[in-house]
Design a protein around this ligand. Structure first.
Ligand code: FAD
Length: 621
């Protein structure tokens, strides 16, 4: 019934969809096995993509030839560039999405992908022989053979859902938990752990009084995620709203604390610290009288509303009473209660940089199974696992990005070297070279790789090359183009702080704070003419590179300095046990993680600078 596939992907969440799409597009025969084909690319929690550091990841996925950016654009109902008032390293695209359309667009994209087959069933076991994956076993007892397997089970592995004192097995509400895979992996020798996450109640938008809330509109000139021409920015957007909890809401919630699975010890797994439940917020920040609630529509054609900021696993009657005390929610009708879910994950230190497991050859893990949280983090890992599973099966080189090249690399490098004890999400602060890893230049950083891999198409590649060329050309123009002092002083009044006394180049003007390229173009018809041929993306890129040149150069120099050692390979045969000069902790961590390069070794927590110098001396440096 089934051929021997190159790659089987288990799970069709954000990681699974990207993995299957990438491997199939690159030319592998792929089977995507998922429990329920009606929930492909389901957004389990909030209907939104991107945000701080996560928006950069979506752009990186897009630049490499993944689909999350395009799917997000096609299902956007509101778009905002967050942190515009800060430096460009912080600018972060975020879209509010139509939940149903997001899933539908993913399914359409997968169905249009050649080499990709589907099978709806629960995978209950793995076929492993001589330390190598050979395929999967299904609930019906079918054995499906493959050369590699990518596991992307999300929150489903032995999932337990909690609402107050009620507890039921499930991977998401209304969906069964996955059984069998954890047990197989533990038998092989994998370590597993337990984490938890939660989601807020959904309410009927017709029952809310929006006039009592603050409106939150999308950007006036919205952008989009994808660099490709396949999508266009959204024209008409839906509003979101902001309201707040208050003392009465908190007091009502507190009446359910004795029945809370979080507080009475029934939930053992660690949850995301930065995305706490409302009961957690009240408990931890007792001094705060209110917490912000974002009121977010679930789509174009539905009245369902996502109550962002009100994640809870308190009993449903307490949720209902408390939510009706929020301003604007006085008559709220609830569609679905909030809940918490506990699930198995596998500490990601058991993986190589390709996301292949160290214990079983050709077996890959991606997404929430690795202890991460978030669609973007999952999608990025799925894409990388899909690429690497394909490359391994086709005997090609592994595809590994450097921390100075992508947030995706920071994510994977952190996971496999440091592991994670609580759900890992990306922050800009995790990237030491964040000025190089901007949302505006992910195409310049990564599309050449995507093209070489066979994921990004030729048109996208040529567009990227043209963007780089045009940016260079415009930079040279702006270095030469001069304005008279009068023109500059009068035209930039209010923006410019220091008086200009002689002719000045646009490049010099741009280095002054508060002055943007468009401000300068607005005062000179000649400059307008000279720059009219350049796209907004090229103008933005040029402006950032000029304005932040000294900082960017500094980061680049740092990258060069580090990379001379970074790539130094550590032989797989190295015996850390014999290196007595290493600290006990350093020796133990190095032996456990088996880093492939000196750079990787240097980032393992517990490996000190002194250990690093011993290691480099040992390696002859
Ligand atoms: P998932 O999206 O969970 O997809 C897993 C897929 O695998 C599903 O298609 C499932 O059907 C399939 N599957 C599982 N086991 C099997 C099997 N044995 N056989 C066949 N198919 C299988 N993220 C945040 O960033 N912030 C939050 O506040 C947040 N809250 C959340 C609250 C809840 C209740 C849940 C469930 C998730 C929440 N998330 C949150 C996490 C977010 O949904 C995930 O990070 C993201 O969806 C993970 O993607 P994934 O592809 O790894 O797994």
């Amino acid at each position: 019934m089934f051929p021997i596939y190159d790659v089987i992907v288990v799970g069709a969440g954000h990681a699974g969809c990207e993995a299957a799409q990438a491997a199939a597009k690159m030319g592998s025969s792929v089977l995507l096995c998922t429990m329920n084909m009606n929930t492909i690319a389901q957004m389990s929690c909030n209907p939104a993509m991107g945000g701080v550091a996560k928006g950069q990841i979506v752009r990186e996925i897009d630049a490499l030839g993944g689909k999350s950016g395009i799917i997000s654009d096609k299902s956007t109902i509101q778009f905002r560039m967050l942190n515009r008032s800060k430096g460009p390293a912080m600018w972060s695209p975020r879209s509010q999405n139509d939940r149903m359309r997001f899933a539908e667009e993913w399914r359409l994209a997968l169905e249009a992908t050649p080499n990709l087959d589907f099978w709806q069933e629960m995978i209950t076991g793995l076929i492993v022989k001589d330390g190598r994956i050979k395929g999967v076993k299904t609930g019906l007892g079918i054995e499906i053979r493959s050369k590699s397997v990518v596991l992307t089970n999300g929150t489903f592995l032995n999932g337990i859902i909690h609402i107050g004192e009620k507890k039921m097995g499930g991977g998401r509400t209304g969906e069964s938990a996955s059984k069998g895979i954890t047990e197989d992996l533990i038998e092989i020798g994998f370590e597993s752990g337990r984490m938890k996450t939660g989601t807020p109640p959904r309410v009927d938008g017709r029952s809310l009084n929006y006039s009592l809330m603050e409106v939150q509109e999308g950007d006036e000139n919205p952008e989009k995620f994808s660099y490709s021409d396949e999508t266009t920015p959204i024209k008409n957007q839906r509003n979101c709203w902001i309201t707040y909890t208050n003392k009465e809401v908190h007091e009502t919630l507190e009446t359910g604390f004795d029945r809370s699975p979080m507080f009475n010890g029934r939930i053992q797994g660690l949850g995301p610290r930065y995305c706490p439940s409302i009961e957690d917020k009240i408990n931890r920040f007792a001094e705060r009288e209110r917490h912000q609630i974002f009121v977010e529509p679930e789509g174009w054609n539905t009245v369902e509303i996502y109550v962002n900021g009100f994640s809870t696993s308190l009993p449903e009657d307490v949720q209902y009473k408390a939510i009706r005390k929020i301003q604007g929610f006085e008559n709220a009708k609830m569609f679905r209660p909030g809940y918490a879910i506990e699930y198995d994950f596998f500490p990601p230190t058991q993986l190589k940089l390709t996301l292949e497991t160290k214990l079983v050859e050709n077996l890959y893990f991606a997404g929430q199974i690795n202890g991460t949280t978030g669609y973007e983090e999952a999608a990025a890992q799925g894409l990388m696992a899909g690429i690497n599973a394909h490359n391994k099966v086709k005997e090609k080189e592994p595809f590994i990005l450097k921390r100075s090249e992508a947030y995706i690399a920071v994510l994977i490098d952190d996971l496999i070297n440091k592991g994670t004890e609580e759900p890992y999400r990306m922050f800009t602060s995790r990237a030491e070279f964040r000025l190089l890893l901007r949302q505006d230049n992910a195409d310049l950083r990564l599309t050449p790789y995507g093209y070489k891999l066979g994921l990004a198409n030729e048109k996208e590649y040529l567009q990227t090359l043209a963007k780089a060329e045009k940016t260079e050309e415009l930079t040279k123009k702006l270095e030469k183009f001069r304005l008279s002092p009068d023109e500059a002083n009068i035209g930039l009044e209010g923006l410019n702080t220091a008086l200009i006394k002689e002719k000045i180049t646009v490049e010099k003007l741009l280095k002054r704070p508060n002055i943007g390229l468009q401000d300068i173009i607005n005062i000179s018809d000649l400059l307008k003419e000279e720059t009219i041929e350049y796209s907004n993306a090229v103008k933005e890129q040029t402006e950032i590179l000029i304005k932040y040149k000294s900082y960017i150069d500094k980061e680049r120099q740092m990258v060069e300095k580090i990379s001379s050692m970074e790539d130094l390979q550590i032989p797989a045969t190295i015996e850390y046990a014999n290196m007595k000069a290493l600290s006990a902790e350093g020796r133990q961590k190095l032996a456990k993680i088996q880093p492939q390069t000196v750079g990787q070794a240097s980032r393992i927590s517990g490996v000190s600078p002194a250990d690093m110098s011993i290691l480099t001396i040992y390696l002859g440096r």
